[in-house]
Design a protein around this ligand. Structure first.
Ligand code: PXP
Length: 251
């Protein structure tokens, strides 16, 4: 999802993984994440985000091509930094690849990628993706150390992990929430100053999205679990539209 697509606008990438989670619970084809992608395209989402996990617990290999065939929206493929995932990314050539840490036993992507500690393993993966014309994003904690590592790796985009911010909100700890918000705010400004496009995501909801959406340098939010959860009650289109409305109002 390049900044040239919707200049100036905070883009909403909708993560459709959990449509596939529900599908896979019964092993069949319903509900189909491709149908979710089509709805997101119709109602003004700016991109589709999908995480092909090593254990294929939600998105499956064949979903990627089906999503790409079904919509013109840019696909942001979340992937672990492995040879297997690199080969899949090079085959499908998504618009963007967001490199995330991945542990099989985790419920979701807990914590950011250690771009600083894994510099040497990341160099060939980042370079191969960039050489293929895929926009590389690194899913990192909002810290100077990780941002500096992203700069050294030549990543054009970073996505700041907002999980701690979201947890602070859930735990009813406003001071911690403000501290986390400040971290993301400061690092988004520093990223932009250094020519890196900052994105953010994880754990964002109707209730907590606005302070993050108000950060002026952020170009994109990627939101999944909450939207798919809301879609159960009100439908995916109203859920995406409501999130869009809240994001726009925060700017
Ligand atoms: N961005 C990244 C890199 C992620 O890994 C995830 C979760 O898959 C999200 C955004 C979306 O997080 P959530 O599902 O909590 O909205």
């Amino acid at each position: 999802m390049s900044s040239t697509l919707n200049p100036g606008k905070l883009r909403l990438g909708v993560n459709i993984d959990h449509v596939a989670t529900i599908r896979n619970a019964r092993g069949g084809d319903h509900p189909d994440p491709v149908r979710a992608a089509e709805i997101v395209a119709r109602c003004g989402g700016d991109g589709i985000t999908a995480h092909l996990r090593e254990d294929r617990r939600h998105i499956r290999d064949d979903d990627l091509k089906r999503i790409q065939d079904a919509t013109d929206l840019p696909l942001n493929l979340e992937m672990a930094a492995t040879e297997e995932m690199l080969a899949i990314a090079l085959k499908h050539k998504p618009h963007a690849a967001c490199i995330v840490p991945e542990k099989r036993e985790e419920r979701t992507t807990e914590g950011g990628l250690d771009a600083a500690g894994q510099h040497n393993q990341l160099v060939p993966i980042v370079n191969a993706l960039k050489d293929a014309g895929i926009r590389v994003s690194l899913f990192i904690e909002a810290s100077e150390r990780q941002l500096d590592a992203a700069l050294r790796l030549g990543a054009p985009v970073v996505e700041f992990h907002t999980g701690e911010y979201a947890h602070a909100y859930l735990d009813g700890e406003p001071e911690r929430m403000q501290r986390e918000l400040k971290r993301v705010t400061d690092m988004a400004a520093l990223a932009a100053k250094n020519g890196i496009e900052p994105h953010a995501g994880h754990g964002l909801t109707y209730e907590n999205v606005q302070p993050i959406a108000a950060i002026p340098q952020l170009a994109e939010l990627n939101i999944g679990h909450y939207l798919i959860g809301e879609a159960i009650f009100c439908g995916l289109e109203p859920a995406v539209l409501r999130m869009r409305e809240l994001m726009d109002a925060a700017r």
